[in-house]
Design a protein. Structure first.
Lengths: 244, 522
């Protein structure tokens, strides 16, 4: 097994070759904020929160999709990175309709936690207040587009773990939105197995169990990682650690 | 304080409020009608203005309570899942979030068509009792007692809670502690004092622990002592310095509407064990001023057939009335006094004794709006006694507090008694459970007509008729007009589903609507 050694925030770190910078940071106990990343799913570099500065690179890199390389000098916590991260979080809030007070995921929301972590007390950008719908056509789950940040974790969980590929992102720019099936009401998509992995993968309250009310949402966000490990270890039976 | 024409012509009283006096902008015509405006009205929950309309001869012809807030909850709730209504409608108000949460949850129960667990029903009752007692304590001690205890002519700069603390520190402290007692029950049940999302369709989210129950019990003796102190003090004033106010503050016949329980007992929360069914006795009741029952045993769903809402161009607050009697003849009052007028008995010994004394003092149906203050204190007693009884009920600690069900109905009306009166939530949902139509009928709105009537009556009693041209009206008299509104403890954020805090403005207008003078504080 070949190993790369690099410097992160002045600390020497050794990682397996092929590991991402995000894995290198986390292995070294350095917390990098993420939203679109979920252990167990393929990284996509969509949220831009895990940006790091690498010496010799003109621009910051998304750590989740950048491989760690021998001799790299990486900084994760510079003034510029903090500014970028805070701006990214503020833009998430300005882009959708995020009303924590009445949200099912209040208290269990990664976006909310991140806003606290980056010190966002308000958004400097004017809220767009887009008019977005709620899809409550599924018998077990509800999709609220107002709270969707297009991280695509649901899409990847459905595709990579369940193999159903119910979800896709449709359209462009500000019109981008999550669609089920061929842009059908979720409840009409025959491919959906109602496994609920998308709901557990969602970082916000965009996907939740029907009849959950404010603050009710208790997602199992480690479910993807548990399933992926189980698959690698060829554990085909539920041995208690995987939610039914 | 108001002025019109050149200041100081009658009474000559300098009010010393520090509010700026502006000269009349214009005098149009010879015999013109005028308007006196009190803007903003202070020590109420919200933004409002009072105008007193004078005719050309200076006679008072009309009084209007203008509510200046607008929010639009009924529109932006459309398209949201009904399960969120308890959390969203609670945000209408920071004073009564609990009342909205409970009524929304109750309406949600009816959409699910479930029977909620007995422990959940009792916990909801406990929460509502805490809410009523803390809100009444706020109204009486923080907002109204400066008028009642310090006097109408007290310097406005001192006629507030801080003035009360300086003059009567023991009573003020006890009142603040009483409110805290209610707030802490809410916090122990709902997780936080304001906007805890705890009651949900199907029940409540978490049970009560024995530790919390015991902590609440420990606070009861002090709360009761405070209620006793305030009652004795206030009843003494009613027999003495406040005797005139009791007769002139909104003393008129009207209908009274409130929930009653089985046997016509005092009630504050709809829904027995079988949510969605008719109740075994009880329901909405309307009593006339002569004591006769105009309607009884009405279910929440009947509200639209017995109540209608009028809209006036001068206020964002709608004016509900009893439909069969028409507008504005169908004026009715809700709230603490209505609950006491409508019920046969309260059902706990101390509160029943106080209720009997109230009826001995003012008759079997109490018509004076000033009696709302006393009714609030009696209801605090009723709440404290009911809280004590509930806390000794072993079923209260049952951990089974939530029933689960799918959407089974597309329309439901929930009703509850908020501190200020009967609260209706009416939801229509589509097959997916998303809100299609929402109607909220709020206590303060239902008292709108009565508040206007009260203001007119007080103005007639305490302001000279005709009002001489070019005179000042002393602050003391205008404060009485304001205090008439405070009898109802109006909450304007709820009633318009709107936002704000409270200042006071008074305008004088001529017949053409031109502004002659304005006086404001804020």
């Amino acid at each position: 097994m070949s190993v790369h050694t690099l410097s992160i925030d002045g600390r020497p770190v050794a990682v397996e070759a092929g590991a991402s910078l995000l894995a290198a940071c986390r292995g070294a106990g350095i917390a990098l904020p993420t939203l679109c990343h979920l252990d167990g799913l393929t990284p996509v570099g969509a949220c831009r929160l895990c940006l790091v500065e690498v010496e010799g690179q003109a621009r910051p890199l998304a750590a989740c999709v950048s491989a760690a390389a021998e001799g790299q000098v990486v900084r994760t916590d510079t003034a510029q990175l903090r500014q970028f991260r805070r701006m990214a979080v503020e833009l998430f809030f300005a882009e959708g309709n995020h009303l924590c007070a009445v949200c099912v995921a209040n208290g269990a929301c990664e976006l909310q936690d991140l806003a606290v972590a980056v010190g966002m007390d308000h958004s400097r950008f004017p809220a767009r207040w887009p008019r977005r719908a709620v899809d409550a056509s599924h018998p077990l789950f509800t999709l609220d587009h107002n709270r969707c940040i297009l991280c695509s974790r649901c899409l990847r969980a459905c595709d990579e773990l369940e193999g159903a590929h119910v979800w896709d992102i449709a359209e462009r720019g500000e019109h981008c939105r999550l669609v089920a099936g061929l842009d059908q009401p979720w409840g009409e998509v025959a491919a959906c197995t109602s496994c609920g992995q998308c709901v557990d993968a969602c970082p916000t309250g965009a996907l939740f169990r029907r009849q959950e009310s404010a603050g009710d949402h208790q997602p199992r966000r480690d479910r993807a990682a548990v399933l992926q490990q189980a698959r690698q270890q060829k554990l085909w039976r539920n041995q208690g650690e995987v939610p039914p | 304080m108001a002025s019109y024409g050149s200041p100081g012509a009658w009474g000559g009283a300098s009010v010393g409020s520090g509010r700026p006096l502006r000269p009349p902008e214009l005098a149009r015509g010879v015999a013109m009608s005028r308007t006196i405006t009190i803007d903003p009205v202070t020590r109420i929950e919200g933004h409002a203005r009072i105008t007193l309309q004078l005719d050309g001869d200076g006679h008072l012809v009309e009084a209007r309570f203008h509510v200046l807030e607008f929010r639009g909850f009924e529109t932006f709730c459309q398209g949201r899942p009904f399960t969120e209504m308890a959390a969203i409608t609670a945000r209408i108000c920071g004073i009564c979030p609990v009342s909205h949460m409970l009524t929304a949850a109750r309406t949600g129960d009816k959409l699910l068509a479930v029977a909620i667990p007995a422990a959940a029903q009792k916990l909801r009752r406990l929460l509502n009792l805490a809410q009523i007692s803390q809100s009444h304590a706020l109204s009486f001690f923080h907002l109204s007692s400066p008028d009642l205890l310090l006097g109408w002519s007290c310097d406005p700069a001192r006629r507030n809670l801080f003035g009360l603390i300086a003059a009567e520190p023991e009573l003020a402290r006890a009142g603040i502690r009483l409110r805290q007692f209610g707030q802490q029950i809410i916090e122990r049940l709902a997780g936080r004092r304001i906007h805890g999302a705890w009651a949900v369709p199907g029940g409540v989210r978490s049970p009560l622990s024995p530790v919390d129950r015991d902590a609440i019990l420990a606070g009861l003796p002090e709360a009761k002592a405070t209620a006793r102190l305030a009652l004795e003090r206030f009843k003494g004033l009613l027999d003495g310095p406040l005797r005139a106010e009791a007769q002139s503050f909104g003393h008129f016949p009207s209908l009274f509407l409130a929930l009653v329980g089985p046997g016509g007992r005092w009630e504050h929360l709809d829904g027995g064990a079988a949510a969605g069914d008719g109740r075994s006795g009880g329901g909405l009741r309307i009593r006339a001023a002569d004591g006769g029952l105009v309607a009884d045993g009405l279910r929440a769903e009947a509200y639209a057939s017995v109540l209608a809402e009028a809209v006036e161009p001068w206020s964002y607050l709608k004016a509900p009335y009893y439909r069969p009697y028409g507008y504005p003849g169908g004026l009715y009052r809700v709230g603490p006094l209505a609950r006491l007028n409508v019920c046969e008995a309260i059902g706990t010994p101390w509160a029943d004794a106080e209720l009997i004394e109230l009826r001995q003092r003012w008759g079997p149906v109490v018509l004076s709006s000033f009696a709302y203050h006393l009714a609030r204190l009696i209801e605090i007693v009723a709440c404290l006694e009911a809280i004590e009884a509930l806390l000794h009920d072993p079923q209260l600690l049952d951990p089974h507090v939530r029933s689960r069900a799918g959407l089974n109905r597309l329309e439901a009306v929930g009703v509850g008694e908020a501190p200020r009166g009967t609260l209706f939530h009416h939801y229509e949902v589509d097959e997916q459970g998303l809100i299609r139509q929402l109607n909220l009928l709020i206590a303060t709105g239902q008292n709108n007509l009565a508040m206007n009537r009260t203001v007119l009556q007080i103005a007639r009693a305490f302001i000279p008729d005709p009002v001489p041209a070019g005179a000042e009206i002393p602050e003391e008299l205008l404060n009485r007009v304001e205090a008439g509104i405070r009898c109802f403890d109006p909450c304007l954020s709820c009633s318009t589903h709107a936002a704000g805090s409270m200042p006071l403005r008074l305008e004088l207008r001529d017949a053409a609507g031109g502004l002659l003078a304005v006086r404001e504080r804020g």
